[in-house]
Design a protein around this ligand. Sequence first.
Ligand code: FES
Length: 1002
Amino acid sequence: MVTPSTAIFTQSYRSCFAPLIPLLTSKKKCHEIIVRLTGSKNACGQGNCGACSVLLSEFDHKSQTIRHVTVNSCITPLFYVHGCAVTTVEGIGTSRDGLHPVQKSLVQMHGIQCGFCTPGMVVSLCCLLRNNPTPTKADVERAIEGATTNHDGGPIIFISCHRVEELQAISVNDKKLEFGAAVTFTKMEDHIRKLEIEGAKPVVSAFLACIQSLASDQLRNVAVKFVGFYKTPRKRPVGSAGTTTALVLDTGGHFIAYLEGLSPKIIKLDVFSYLPETERTIQSLSLDKFDRILRKRLSEEKAETRDDLVNLSAGVLQKFQAVVNETTPEAESPHSELPIHCRSDIIFDEVPDSQPQTDPVWRPLPQTTAEDLVSGQAMFIDDMPSYQNELHLCLVLGKRARAKLVHVDWSAVKACPGVVDWIDHTSLNGRNMWGIMAADEEIFASKEVVYWGQPIGAVVAESREQATHAAEKVRIDYEEMQPVLTIEDAVKLESFIEGAVVIERGDGTEGFLRSNQVVEGTIGTGAQEHLYLETNGAIGVPKREQHEIEMFVTHQAPTFIQKSIASCLGIPFNRVIVRHKRTGGAFGGKESQPVKICVPVALAAQRTGRPVRGILTREQDMAITGKRHPYQFQYKIGFSKDGVLQALEVKVYSNAGCSRDVSLEVLDCTLNFIEGCYAIPNVKIEGRLCKTNTVSNTSFRGFGIPQAYVAMETIIDHVAHVLKIGSKQTVFHRKHSYKKRGIAMMAIRFQMGYPVSLLNQSTALVHVYLDGSVSLSHGGCEIGQGLNMKIQQIASRALSVPLSKIHIAENSTNTVANATATVGSCTTDLVGAAVLNACGEITNRLQPFKEKKPNASWEELIIDAYLNRISLSVMAQGRPGDGGVYYYTYGAGCSTVEIDCLTGEHKVLSTDIVMDVGRSLNPGIDVGQIEGAFMQGYGMMAVEEWTLNDRGEVESKNPSRYRVPDVGNLPRDFNVTLLSDSPNKQAIVYSSKVILQQKVFT
Ligand code: FES
């Protein structure tokens, strides 16, 4: 008999399945069968991102073949894998036993950044190759659809009896196509693809396109029914669209459509249950009637949401109707949307032939840890093996946006199994306050909660599941108050943090007088979630002496993490060692925010005397961490009739959230960059920070500048519109009724160097060992941007030793102290300056021995120096120039976009970016960063939409409710050029310019 405990695993099995196992078998048996492998990652826990993909291979007795599919292990019930071979990335290839060709090409082609999701991508591609050794580009795109980026999807209903033959049945005749209830979408698609129904080609294609638009292969391989998302962007050109699922099915000359709409409030539409049987075909359903039905069904919804859903659903239907009736041009049919495959050109300067092969600078070399990342051997925080006696921590989060805490009752927690401790604001020996620029936010809310999701305390238990279960038992009585949620509310109530910041130049009054025309307007930008793949987490290991504690934290600011733990625990900095190997993506979101989990973990470890692990779930992470600041810009611009800008006045309001964090510094950047590349003689810009009852917003790639550029480009559009410049009816537009195309160009600049001089410093520690190998430590954090690789390249040239001799083990506060955070795109230059100084000193110390023995090898020189008692360890500071701005980097981008006016879908047809990065230290890394940052900027502008409800509760609480770009959103033609022959004359490191944040704007 098949029972979960007899499930067969022929390869490997990962704990990602663990959350579901307790439902199916005893705890003991689970632990017996779990082999702790680290390759597949739990990044969302909801089947949205593909980071946990594993390969299932199953023998199909009917066809006598082996079927290979990928599934998301985080949501796949254990019983589903019975009888299957389960292959995780470890079973595909390792650096020790040899990499699979897929892994090798990801390494060679720079297909890795932070690497957290890479193993999932490897599994998906290997599965594809097993099924199809000669895949097309479209097959490859489809295979990694769910593995590369977070992806749209939704709750899935698995059919537990998926091996019941009757439920797998597929029958077809000329009138009807029937699928058994356990037929997966993949099987359905395979079957439909082979169908040959006369005259039904457009409908079959449309139906296939519908299936393919449902989530990813990993989900379609196991899902039999979706409450999911049709791949329509949340953002439409006008207003915001809802999301809906549309399945269209041919029934002998007619077709029916089944729609499910899903707004953040989970509204389910079943149009056809409202129609008489005879009218369940699109031909017999007028759009007016459809509109009425939907509006009735959605009568309780907000007007805006209702309109969006109705418009979108009607558009989808109208489009299908037009396609099937063949009343639209070929170019507007779904055929035109099916694979226009991605292509891309990358252009950069090759190194000169005269450069020695051993000199790695300026070469597009893969990261030295790339092989470990593609094979899942690279360790992130939650991959670290459990300590003996380890405890687990789960935060208790407030569920009001603004309320007094009347009573917090922990009594039920105490009775829960496995609970060891519970902590709140009274548990801290040090301060309950924290903040990166001002300590104005509580670690645990004491009297009042000031945003929905604010930590109130934490539970510590023997297992993660026990801690999570007990945390839900805390009873909290609130006295609710009216929250301030929006910029408009804050302005009305004058709820501000600090005073106004004003930048003024020229004479505005005079400028407006000289203008022929003056226009005014308001533009807003929303919040953006960082959605790094590795959620915030920490492991605290208390030492038995002198209050020492060792912390492993995923972060990008070692000194701030160390300082916060020390100050909250009431111990000196030197008792806190913060260690860091790598971070699975950060984008600014791990500068200050890790404090919210690492301080409770440190406190729990201190109190219990046992190691404590606290890893946020995706929902917890999205609830408690700050976002990109939402803005409102009220502008007035004056210009002459030939389009010369004369005067600009802008009032800028930033939603800082409940505390200051780095909001003022972000606002400063916004104000300073609002003019972008335009020269305006008379300018007055005034900025205010709004204090609201939302999570405190924080650093995000671009640091306030993307919002500034959005505002300025909108203002320029406004001027162009008034002057009727730039818009043109093209042949394409005349030919196409509901598809329209547009082109946009912009130029950007970004500064290297923090305006605050003291931050422009870094430290590096270089040890040379007696075998000639070099250990390098520095204050920067590897967060997927390729910092360590570039630093190794710099050190290799500076010491004239091969790259293979240099190793960066980790970043730690007890090797390099007082490090500046890895933010602001400055770290490569600052750390690079320190490494050049340290390596220069080592070279100087070796020089006398080299003069004595000009032909001596590096290893011989090291031994000579050691025998002469010359220290081979150097710590050096990098503090280029006097601080401030060292140089600017520049870039320009041009994109062509096609919009479907019926559904709001759009495609970026082409994007061309040219960036000036001086002489790129590593073009492979830089191009990857440019492409990734462009997609993040595109997500901000065209896809992502973060929302709160009226009470201040986050609606975008997980990746199912917050869509980010995926492979399908990549520009079809994506070209990146690093400006040729443009060495940086003000370079700090080898003619290069730093690169990271700026591309997000293009
Ligand atoms: S962790 Fe499983 S899909 Fe994201």
